[in-house]
Design a protein around this ligand. Structure first.
Ligand code: BDP
Length: 686
C-alpha cells in the first residue's frame, strides 16, 4: 500500500512538472505566476489594458502595488521611453509619455524579475535608439516562406479575416515584450494581390489584433501593381494615372488601418519591376509612393539591395546606384540597406553605403532567418554579427561614425530612424525551427531598442527566460552561444571567403559551383576566384576597387593586403597560397586550420550541451542535441569540400596535424538536395 502511494505521488509529481509541455511555444515569456500585484493606471485604453494584464498575470513574488501613468512631463525620453521608480517589495511606478511606453516599461519590469536581476531600488530610464523597430516577413500568400525554415507562414490568409489564430496575439505579445513595433507581413518579392480589397480586409484583421501591443503593420508592395492589379498601361512613377492609382490605394488602406506604417519596396532587383523600367530613378519611384503615404504619416522603406548581372563587381552596385541620388528622396523615404554589400553572409564588411548617403535617411536590414548560416539546423547566435556591423566605424564624419550612430539619428538628425530584421518565424510549435533560434529574434529586438547592449547580456537574459536561471546551465550555454557565430564563419567561410554555398538552397558547400549559362554573380567561382596563384576577390585598386567606396582611412586599410583585417582578407584580396599571415602560417595552412577549428568548435558545442542534460527538460535537450549532431556533420562536410576543392589549386598538403578528410570530393559533388530535404535531415553525404 505504502509503495502504491509512493508511486502515485511520483506519478503526480511527474505530471505536475510537465504542466507546460516544453515545446518552445512560450518563447522567452514563460513566467508562471502567483499574481500578487495590484495595478492602478491613470488612463484606460487597449494598450494600457495589455500592460495591466501582463503585470497582473506575470508578476511573481511579494505583493506589490504597481502604478502606471501616462504623463507628458517626460517627453524627453521620446514616445516609447519610460521611467520605472520605486521599491519592488512595496510600490513601483512606471511613467511614460505614451501608452506604448508604459507597455514597454511593464515588460522591462517583468524581465528584471524573470531574469532574477531585480534591484532593491528601481531607477530605470529607457528610450529606444531607433524609432521604428521592424520585422520583415518574407512570407508568401500561399503560406510558403522565402528562406523560411520553421514551417509555413503564421498568416493563415485562407482563413482570414473570419478565423483568427491565437498565435497572432502571441506573436504581437512576443514582439512587444522586446520593443519591436512594426511588422512587414509579406515577402519583398511581393505579390500585388496583397493590395486587393479582399486581402486588405485580412491585413486589417491582423492590424486590429496587433494594435494593443503597439505593433504596426506595413506591406511590401510590387512596383508594377498599378499595371498588374490596376489595369493601367504602365507603372511609370511620373504617369498621372499611376500616381492617382497609388493615392487611391493609400486612401483605401488608411480607411481600414488608420495607423498603417507604410511600404517596403524591392525594385529593379532580381527581376522585380521598378522605376528604371520606365527610364526613371529609384528616387522617382520612392517619392511617388512617399507622396501617396505622406498625408497619413506613412513611410517608404526603399531597399538598396539592387544589382544586375553586369561586368561590375556586385559588391559595388548598390553604392553606384544610390550615391548619385543622394538628397533627392522625400523626408518620409528611408533607404533600407543590408548590413553587408553582398548578401547576409556569415561575415561581411559593412555596406559602404552607410554614411555615404549624406542627405538621405538610411536604415539597416539584418537577416534573422539563417539563409546562409545553416538554416534552422545550426545553432548560430547572431547578436555578435549584428553588433559587429552596428559598431563598425564608417569614418563618414570622422572617427566614431559608427553604422549605429549614422542610422540612429545621433550623427545625422533624421525624421525617420528605423532598423529591420528578416524574420525567422513560422508555424512550427517552437516558432523558429530550432530551440535556440528565437534567441536571434530576441537579440534583434533588444539591439533595435538599444544597440549598446552586449551580446553576452542579451544571451544571458534570453537563456534565463527561456530555460532556467541555474548558473550551471546558463554559463556554459551562454558560452556556446557566444562562440557559435565564429564557429560558423570558421567552418563555412573563414578569412573573408564568401558565397560558396550550394546553388539556390544556400545550404552546404559547393565551391566548385559553376553553371554554364547561369548568372555569373550567383556562382561560387565568381566570389572565390581560386586559381593556381591563390584565392579571393581582388577588390583593391588593382581589382574591382570596391575599397574606394569606403571613407579614409578604411579605403587604404582594406586596400592594403598587409593591413586588411585578416578575417576579411579574401573579401578584398586575391591572395597567394603561400602568402604569410600574422600567425606565421601560409594562407593555405591558415585556411586548413580555420576549417579544422570550425569543426572542433562544432564538436565542442556538442560536448558542452551533453553535460547540460540534467538542468533542463528532456524535450528541448534532445531536440537541440540532435540538431548539434547535424551541425557537426555539416561542419565536416564544409571542411572537406572546401579543402579538397581548394587543394586542387593550391597543390599543397593539408597540414598533417589536422584530421584528414573523410569524404571524397567526387562524392560530395554528387550530393543533391532541396531545402525540404535539409529541413527533414534527409540529405545524404556519402
Ligand atoms: C537573397 C535571397 C532572396 C531574396 C533576396 C532579397 O536569396 O531569396 O529575395 O535576398 O533580399 O538573400 O531580396
Amino acid at each position: 500500500m505504502k509503495r502504491q502511494i509512493q508511486l502515485l505521488t511520483l506519478a503526480f509529481l511527474t505530471l505536475a512538472l510537465h504542466v507546460h509541455a516544453e515545446d518552445g511555444s512560450r518563447l522567452w515569456l514563460r513566467s508562471d505566476t502567483t499574481a500578487q500585484a495590484t495595478v492602478t493606471a491613470n488612463k484606460q485604453s487597449p494598450v494600457i489594458a495589455v500592460a495591466i494584464h501582463e503585470l497582473q498575470t506575470q508578476w511573481q513574488g511579494a505583493p506589490v502595488r504597481l502604478n502606471i501613468a501616462v504623463t507628458k512631463a517626460i517627453k524627453s525620453l521620446g514616445n516609447d521611453g519610460y521611467l520605472i521608480d520605486g521599491n519592488p517589495q512595496t510600490v513601483v511606478t512606471i511613467t511614460s509619455a505614451s501608452e506604448q511606453g508604459l507597455l514597454y516599461g511593464a515588460y522591462h519590469l517583468l524581465r528584471l524579475q524573470a531574469t532574477q536581476k531585480m534591484p532593491a531600488v528601481l531607477t530605470v530610464a529607457e528610450s529606444p535608439k531607433y524609432e521604428r523597430r521592424i520585422l520583415n516577413h518574407w512570407d508568401n500568400m500561399d503560406r510558403s516562406i522565402e528562406r523560411g525554415y520553421a514551417g509555413r507562414s503564421l498568416w493563415e490568409w485562407e482563413k482570414l479575416p473570419d478565423t483568427l489564430s491565437p498565435r497572432y496575439k502571441e506573436y504581437a505579445r512576443a514582439n512587444a515584450s522586446i520593443g519591436i513595433n512594426g511588422t512587414v507581413l509579406n515577402n519583398v518579392n511581393a505579390n500585388p494581390q496583397i493590395l486587393t480589397a479582399e486581402y486588405l480586409a485580412k491585413v486589417k484583421a491582423l492590424a486590429d489584433i496587433f494594435r494593443p501591443y503597439g505593433l504596426k503593420v506595413y506591406l511590401s508592395v510590387n512596383f508594377a501593381a498599378s499595371k498588374t492589379l490596376g489595369g493601367l498601361p504602365d507603372a511609370d512613377p511620373l504617369n498621372k494615372e499611376v500616381i492617382q492609382w497609388w493615392n487611391n490605394k493609400a486612401k483605401e488602406i488608411y480607411a481600414l488601418i488608420p495607423d498603417f506604417g507604410g511600404f517596403l519596396v524591392k525594385a529593379n532587383s532580381e527581376g522585380q519591376s521598378g522605376p528604371q523600367d520606365y527610364g526613371r530613378t529609384h528616387a522617382d519611384g520612392a517619392n511617388m509612393l512617399a507622396d501617396a503615404l505622406k498625408p497619413y504619416k506613412g513611410i517608404v522603406m526603399w531597399r538598396a539591395f539592387v544589382y544586375n548581372p553586369t561586368k561590375e563587381d556586385r559588391a559595388k552596385q548598390a553604392y553606384q546606384e544610390f550615391v548619385p541620388l543622394d538628397g533627392q528622396f522625400r523626408d518620409n523615404v528611408i533607404i533600407q540597406i543590408k548590413n553587408g554589400p553582398v548578401d547576409f553572409q556569415p561575415r561581411e564588411p559593412f555596406s559602404p553605403l552607410f554614411g555615404a548617403l549624406q542627405r538621405t535617411q538610411e536604415m539597416i536590414e539584418f537577416q534573422i532567418t539563417q539563409e546562409y548560416l545553416g538554416f534552422s539546423n545550426h545553432l548560430v547566435y547572431l547578436a555578435p554579427l549584428f553588433k559587429e556591423t552596428l559598431d563598425s566605424d564608417t569614418y563618414a564624419g570622422g572617427q566614431g561614425s559608427t553604422v549605429a550612430k549614422i542610422t540612429d539619428g545621433t550623427l545625422r538628425p533624421a525624421k525617420v530612424t528605423a532598423i529591420a530584421g528578416v524574420a525567422n518565424t513560422g508555424d512550427s510549435a517552437n516558432w523558429c525551427g530550432h530551440y535556440f533560434a528565437p534567441a536571434n529574434w530576441y537579440a534583434f529586438g533588444r539591439l533595435a531598442w538599444n544597440h549598446e547592449l552586449t551580446s553576452e547580456q542579451i544571451a544571458d537574459e534570453w537563456l534565463r527566460m527561456t530555460f532556467t536561471a541555474d548558473e550551471r546551465f546558463i554559463n556554459p550555454a551562454k558560452e556556446m552561444m557566444l562562440v557559435s557565430r565564429e564557429a560558423c564563419v570558421d567552418y563555412m567561410m573563414p578569412l573573408g571567403l564568401h558565397h560558396i554555398f550550394s546553388f539556390n538552397a544556400h545550404y552546404g558547400p559547393q565551391p566548385w559551383g559553376y553553371f554554364p549559362g547561369g548568372r555569373q554573380d550567383w556562382m561560387p567561382v565568381y566570389y572565390h576566384k581560386a586559381d593556381s596563384l591563390g584565392v579571393g576577390f581582388d577588390r583593391s585598386a588593382t581589382g574591382s576597387n570596391a575599397v574606394s567606396q569606403y571613407f579614409p582611412p578604411l579605403n587604404d586599410i582594406y586596400g592594403d593586403i598587409a593591413r586588411c583585417p585578416e578575417n576579411m582578407l579574401l573579401w578584398f584580396h586575391h591572395v597567394s597560397w603561400t602568402h604569410k599571415l600574422k600567425s606565421g602560417n601560409t594562407l593555405w595552412e591558415e585556411l586548413c586550420y580555420a576549417y579544422e577549428r570550425g569543426v572542433n568548435k562544432a564538436r565542442d558545442l556538442q560536448k558542452t550541451w551533453d553535460r547540460l542534460e540534467q538542468y533542463i527538460d528532456g524535450e528541448r535537450f534532445a531536440a537541440v542535441q540532435s540538431k548539434l549532431q547535424i551541425q557537426t556533420k555539416d561542419a565536416v562536410w564544409w571542411k572537406d569540400a572546401c579543402l579538397l576543392y581548394f587543394q586542387t589549386f593550391s597543390k599543397l598538403p593539408i597540414p598533417y596535424d589536422i584530421e584528414r578528410p573523410i569524404h571524397k570530393m567526387d562524392d560530395l559533388k554528387m550530393v543533391r538536395f532541396t531545402q525540404d530535404d535539409v529541413l527533414k535531415n534527409n540529405y545524404c553525404i556519402k
